[in-house]
Design a protein around this ligand. Structure first.
Ligand SMILES: [Fe+2]
Ligand SMILES: [Fe+2]
Length: 168
């Protein structure tokens, strides 16, 4: 059984993961509109992955006999200044999610909910991977600058990511 404080925080995180999915889908739509199918595909795989994260929270709340609350999501932008802007925004977003996971971890430790604490380990590790992967793309884009050939090659290489392999 989840205590009410932990249940509320788990539902908040469920919302954040769904919001992340929504934001990535908006980013993917922007890349489609810019004729960058590889970036769009990569971001769509990220959309899938965030939905999987949300479902982990959903299942865990149910498994612990908590009550699932599906909160309102904010509109997700589909317009950005550039693909650099997309990935810098994504990196900032992932850092905010990491901070939220850390806060949640802190709460369950304080509440002595050790099952939740052990379960959250996966997310703590996953966020390291998320920040690393998005950060690498930000660095690649920075290196490419205004070189159209470089952007073309990166777009084609990111396009090889498929949704299934992205789900953790
Ligand atoms: Fe996530
Ligand atoms: Fe993420």
């Amino acid at each position: 059984m989840l205590n009410k404080k932990v249940e509320r925080a788990m539902n908040d995180q469920l919302q954040k993961e769904l919001q992340s999915a929504y934001v990535y889908l908006g980013m993917s739509a922007y890349c489609e509109s810019e004729s960058l199918p590889g970036f769009a595909q990569w971001l769509r795989a990220q959309f899938d992955e965030e939905q999987q994260h949300a479902l982990r929270f959903y299942n865990f709340i149910i498994d612990r006999e908590g009550e699932v609350v599906l909160k309102q999501l904010d509109a997700a932008p589909t317009s950005y200044k550039s693909v650099q802007d997309v990935f810098e925004t994504a990196l900032g977003h992932e850092k905010a999610v990491t901070a939220a996971i850390n806060e949640l971890y802190d709460l369950v430790a304080t509440e002595k909910d050790f099952a939740s604490q052990a379960w959250l380990d996966w997310f703590a590790t996953e966020q390291v991977e998320e920040e690393k992967t998005v950060g690498q793309i930000v660095d690649d884009l920075h290196r490419i600058g205004s070189d159209g050939n470089g952007l073309f090659i990166l777009d084609r290489s990111l396009g090889s990511r498929i949704g299934a392999e992205a789900t953790g």
